[in-house]
Ligand binder design. Sequence first.
Ligand code: GTP
Ligand code: MG
Length: 205
Amino acid sequence: MNVISADFVSSVAFVEDCPKEPLPEFAFVGRSNVGKSSLINYLVNKKNLAKTSSMPGKTRTINHYVINQTKRPWFLVDLPGYGFANAPEKARKKWEKNTREYIIDRKNLMCTFVLIDSRHKPQELDSDFIRWLAKEQAPMAVIFTKTDKLKPGVLEENLELHYAMLSKFLDGLPNVFISSASERTGATEVLDFVTQVMKTWIAEK
Ligand code: GTP
Ligand code: MG
């Protein structure tokens, strides 16, 4: 898929305030600072569509962007990160609750992409969230981020550990993608997957 256009639609706290158009929707979630907003900007080829920051906890609301508005439009959604954020515990818990309600209630959510920092071995925050998605039977895929920061061989080692973690909670492995927003790798595969899921959705309607 080519991204012809990408436009900001809304930034809201609660799922009930999200856009009403029944477009297919794909969301990006993951720990604070994992690179969600950077990946989104790279996917849509716009520098500052989603706000990024080196300080964790930048994205605090559910942000909708409409992709390819005039031909086969879909929503791309940037979500607040879970885990460490530069904010009080109470506020963090509130965003996490809003994110979970969004994932459960959003009817046209085709897939939640869980982003995992490829530099780290599996961490409880990620596995807890993935376990929760599996329990809710929420469709998901995984994107490993920041691969440019790794020494050769480390990616493969970490991936093996993550695959073992994922297969504990899921029936088989989910779709997995490898990316670097800095080096601009991985977008084609993610966008092709979006196309494929949308085609299935249209065929089933
Ligand atoms: P929150 O909104 O706080 O949850 O963070 P986020 O997951 O949206 O992360 P964001 O995209 O704001 O990126 C966090 C930091 O990581 C920024 O300093 C980015 O420049 C950096 N970063 C993001 N992606 C990459 C990448 O692929 N490679 C490298 N080297 N740095 C990256
Ligand atoms: Mg962000």
